[in-house]
Design a binder for this molecule. Structure first.
Ligand code: ATP
Ligand code: MG
Length: 461
C-alpha cells in the first residue's frame, strides 16, 4: 500500500472493526493452474490460485503518458501532475470479509432522476447478496424520502422479486429529490438494523451517501455505505463511463433521425433535438458523432453567439441556402445565458433550467421572418422518453458488474466508496474524489474537435 499514492485510498471499517471471516465458498473462483511446465516454477501453488482481489491490487487511472499538461487537456486529472502515475483500488471479491452474511441487513435506495439501468443494478445487488448468503434485503421506497416518510414501508427483496425487473426501465423502488437530513437517515438505519446501504444516484445522492458514511463512523456503528454512480450525462470524474449513457446515446439516434427526416422532407426544414446534459455535453456530442445527421451541436461547455455574422443563426441561413435543411442538437444546459434567470430550484436545491430548445426555435422563426425566408422548424424533446428506457446490452453488462462489485466492496469492509470503470477495469473510489465537480467536455479535446469535423460547424464566436 505504501508504494501507491495515498490520494485514492478508500475508507475501510477496520478503523473501528477488525473481525474478518472468510468469504463464502460460493465465491471461490476456480482458477486454471498453469499448463506449461516452463512457467509452473514461478507460479503459486494450487491452493494459492483462488482469483480473489488482493487489497493492494490497483488499476492505473490514465494509461496515456502526457509529456506536458498542455497535451493532456481535460484528461489531465490534476493540472500540476499529469505525468504522475495514479493508481486506484481494483474492485472485486476479497478473500476475507468483514460482515457475517447471516448478520447482514442490506438496503438499496435510488435517488435523483431516472436513468436506464437502475433496475439492472438493483437486481444484481440482490442476486449477489443472496449468493453471499444474505437473507434480509430491503428496498427503501422513493429515495432518501423513504427513510423518513412513515407512509412508505420498506420493500422486501429477493431473487424472485427482482428476476425480471431489468426488462423494463425506471426504478422498481421509485426515486425522489429532497428528503430528510443525514442524522434522521442514520437514525432510521439504526432503528431498522441496516448495516449495508447501497445508494444509487448522482452527485447529490453521493454527497448524501458520503455524509451518511461519516455519520456512521462518528456514531461508531458498523455500516458499509457503497454508492453506484447513476448519471445519464456521464459527468462523473475519473470514470470511463457511467451506466445509462450508452443507452441514452443510442436512444437519441431515434429522435435525431426523426428530426432529420422531418427537416429533410420539409421546404427549408430545421429540426431541433434537445438532449440531456445539464453541465456536460457528452450525450449531445456522442449522439451527434454517432448519427452523422447533425449540422450544429451546442453544448454547455462551449460558448456561442446566436446573432451576428459568426452566430448560429447566420450559419443556419447558410445551411438553408446551400443544403435546404438543417438539424441542430442542443444539450439541456447549453445557451442558458440567453434565457431569463428564474432562481427556481428543485426539492434537492438544483437550479431549474430554462428550455433553450424552445428559445432557439423562436429565435430561428423570428430571424427568418425578418429576412422573409420561409422556414419550417420542428422541435423534439425526447429526454423523458430516453430516461425511462431499459438499458441496452452494453449498459446491461456495466450494471451487472457494478452491482456485483458494490456488494463485494461492502463485504470487504469498504464504506464511503463508489464503484466505477477506469481504463476498462472495475475500481473502487473514495466518494469525495468523484463528486467535487462534474466531468466536462473539454473544448480543446480531440473528441470535441472530431465532433466539429463531423458536423462541419464553425466556432460561433
Ligand atoms: P441527478 O443526476 O438525477 O440529479 P442526484 O443524485 O444529483 O441525481 P439530487 O436530486 O440532486 O439528485 O439529489 C438526490 C438526493 O440527495 C436528494 O434526496 C437530496 O436531498 C440529497 N442530496 C443532494 N445534495 C446533497 C448534499 N450535498 N448532502 C446530502 N444530501 C444531498
Ligand atoms: Mg445531480
Amino acid at each position: 500500500q505504501e508504494d501507491f499514492e495515498t490520494r485514492f485510498n478508500i475508507p475501510h471499517i477496520t478503523d473501528i472493526f477488525h473481525d474478518a471471516v472468510p468469504i463464502p465458498s460460493t465465491f471461490c473462483l476456480k482458477m486454471r493452474t498453469p499448463v506449461t511446465e516452463d512457467f509452473a516454477g514461478g507460479y503459486p501453488s494450487d491452493e494459492e490460485w483462488h482469483g480473489y482481489i488482493n487489497k493492494n491490487d490497483r488499476v492505473l487511472l490514465k494509461v496515456i503518458h502526457y509529456s506536458s499538461p498542455t497535451s493532456a487537456g481535460a484528461e489531465c486529472i490534476d493540472p500540476d501532475c499529469s505525468w504522475v502515475e495514479q493508481w486506484v483500488h481494483r474492485a472485486g471479491p476479497r478473500e476475507k470479509i468483514y460482515f457475517r452474511p447471516e448478520e447482514v441487513k442490506a438496503a438499496i435506495v435510488t435517488c435523483g432522476g431516472l436513468c436506464p439501468g437502475l433496475n439492472d443494478v438493483i437486481r444484481q445487488i440482490v442476486i449477489t447478496l443472496e449468493i453471499y448468503g444474505v437473507k434480509k434485503i430491503v428496498g427503501i421506497p422513493f429515495g432518501y424520502r423513504g427513510f423518513s416518510d412513515k407512509e412508505l414501508t420498506e420493500m422486501p427483496l429477493s431473487r424472485k422479486v427482482v428476476q425480471n425487473v431489468h426488462l423494463s426501465g425506471g426504478s422498481l423502488l421509485g426515486v425522489s429529490r429532497g428528503g430528510p437530513g443525514i442524522s434522521e437517515i442514520v437514525d432510521s438505519l439504526e432503528e431498522r438494523g441496516i448495516n449495508m446501504l447501497f445508494v444509487l444516484g448522482g452527485n447529490g445522492t453521493h454527497a448524501g451517501a458520503n455524509a451518511i458514511h461519516n455519520e456512521c463512523r462518528k456514531r461508531r456503528i458498523r455500516v458499509a455505505v457503497v454508492g453506484v454512480p447513476k448519471t445519464i450525462d456521464n459527468d462523473i470524474l475519473l470514470m470511463d463511463k457511467t451506466f445509462g449513457f450508452d443507452t441514452a446515446v443510442e436512444e437519441a439516434q431515434r429522435a435525431i433521425n426523426s428530426a432529420y427526416i422531418e427537416a429533410h422532407s420539409a421546404y427549408h426544414g430545421v429540426g431541433i433535438v434537445k438532449l440531456m446534459g445539464r453541465s456536460s455535453g457528452f450525450i449531445a456530442m456522442h449522439a451527434s458523432l454517432a448519427s452523422g445527421q447533425i449540422d450544429i451541436c451546442l453544448i454547455p461547455e462551449v460558448s456561442f453567439n446566436l446573432h451576428g455574422p459568426h452566430g448560429v443563426l447566420s450559419h443556419l441561413k447558410y445551411l438553408i441556402e446551400t443544403k435546404g435543411s438543417a438539424v441542430i442538437c442542443v444539450a439541456e444546459g447549453a445557451g442558458q445565458s440567453f434565457l431569463q434567470k428564474t432562481n427556481a430550484k428543485d426539492a434537492s436545491g438544483n437550479v431549474v433550467f430554462g428550455d433553450f430548445g424552445v428559445h432557439i426555435q423562436q429565435e430561428i422563426k423570428k430571424c427568418f421572418k425578418e429576412i422573409d425566408v420561409p422556414v419550417d422548424v420542428k422541435y423534439i424533446d425526447p429526454t423523458y422518453m430516453i430516461r425511462a428506457c431499459r438499458a441496452n446490452a452494453s449498459d446491461g453488462i456495466l450494471c451487472t458488474v457494478l452491482g456485483q462489485n458494490a456488494v463485494h466492496g461492502a463485504f470487504a469492509g469498504y464504506s464511503g466508496i463508489t464503484v466505477g470503470i477506469c481504463n476498462t477495469h472495475y475500481v473502487y473510489l473514495p466518494i469525495p474524489e468523484v463528486i467535487s465537480y462534474p466531468r466536462l467536455v473539454d473544448p480543446n479535446s480531440r473528441m470535441w474537435h472530431r465532433c466539429l469535423t463531423s458536423t462541419g460547424q464553425p466556432d460561433f464566436i
